[in-house]
Ligand binder design. Structure first.
Ligand code: PMP
Length: 341
């Protein structure tokens, strides 16, 4: 019989799939480098964040910060929340997530479905107000038995990628990867994977180029934190989990290009993925086109796709929502950004 004892044993070991027509290479995909997508929505919680959730919780158990029957408190409503809720439930911990009231009811319900508690805070109050998002999460995290993973500063976030995602990519490509493309939120993925791949390549006297993809406006691509609509990536500060020495280059991607390319991935590659995936894959296409122009058909580009498109059906996959912000729904993105609407 083939079975896992727990869904937690199903985290990681996600497949690589070749991208084809969306690369728009002259002479077709065969005429350019091999571009492979690492499909992280196939993790049991539906995203790359399952990996950091397990690793951060196991490290806190080992250090004694998280005791049996303890409570995990994190101000998140996204993929990290789902990963933490799933792991916490299987290991017998309580989970409390604090989120601002602008977070969609669907997202809150996903967390509750796993058995987590969700505390919703008003967005309309000042940060120093006792009911503010910041104050409520700090208060809950300081209660006895509570532990806050803090994905933006926890070294086990990048470490999980150094220990799992990086080695998987190296083995799956038989050490032939030449370029790694990845979006950045906490920076944990790019820092852990990028460092592992560079170290492995260096042992063979080669290099792996690490390329970050970033929403226009975010600090990683030199912005000031100007708003953008792609979720899960880009920051208005430099997180501790981001290693500034790893990325060789950062490609800035507009919301319009990210969303149009997310739609193309669903329609042309049958990959129903989220907006940060469209952003990263757009950057990978750029890299592939440059490599093709240089005749580097031997290059192997891997792009990491963090989550599924299911969570964005009423946004990116909804023509009215896109039109509201002045974005095209088809392959031809117009280049208007939110600031210009
Ligand atoms: N895409 C999505 C949808 C995410 O939720 C995240 C995590 N914030 C990322 C990309 C970025 O990953 P990381 O935090 O490891 O940089």
């Amino acid at each position: 019989m083939q079975y896992a004892n727990s869904v937690l044993d199903l985290i990681g070991n996600t497949p690589l799939v070749r991208l084809g027509r969306t690369l728009d290479l002259e002479g077709g995909a065969e005429g350019g480098p091999l571009v492979l997508a690492k499909v992280e929505y196939l993790n049991p919680g539906g995203s790359v964040k399952d990996r950091i959730a397990t690793r951060m919780i196991e490290a806190a158990e080992a250090s004694g910060e998280l005791q049996p029957g303890g409570t995990i408190v994190e101000p998140t409503s996204g993929n990290t929340g789902v990963g933490l809720a799933m792991v916490a439930q299987q290991k017998g911990y309580k989970c409390v997530f604090v989120c601002p009231d602008k977070v969609s009811v669907d997202k809150r319900n996903v967390l509750r479905a796993y058995g987590a508690e969700v505390v919703v805070c008003p967005t309309a109050v000042a940060p120093e107000h006792p009911d503010s998002y910041y104050n409520v999460s700090d208060r809950l995290a300081s209660e006895p038995g509570a532990w806050k993973p803090n994905q933006y500063a926890n070294p086990h976030n990048p470490r999980s990628h150094y220990e799992t995602t990086g080695p998987e990519i190296w083995e799956q490509t038989e050490g032939r990867i030449t370029h790694f493309v990845c979006g950045m939120g906490t920076g944990g993925t790019i820092s852990g994977v990028g460092r592992y791949l560079k170290e492995q390549a260096a042992k063979e006297g080669r290099e792996v180029q690490v390329i970050g993809a970033d929403p226009a406006g975010s600090v990683y691509s030199g912005g000031t934190g100007r708003p953008y609509l792609v979720e899960g990536v880009g920051e208005d500060f430099w997180p501790e989990t981001y290693d500034r020495t790893v990325a060789d280059r950062v490609i800035e991607v507009s919301d319009a290009d990210s969303f149009a390319f997310t739609r193309r991935l669903a329609r042309e590659e049958a990959l129903l993925v989220g907006g940060s995936c469209g952003m990263a894959a757009w950057a990978a296409r750029q890299v592939a086109q440059e490599l093709a122009a240089e005749g580097r058909t031997d290059a192997v580009v891997v792009v990491l796709l963090p989550d599924s498109g299911r969570g964005y059906l009423s946004k990116i996959f909804n023509d009215e929502w896109l039109a509201q912000y002045g974005f095209a729904s088809g392959a031809e993105a117009d280049h208007r950004t939110v600031g210009e609407v």
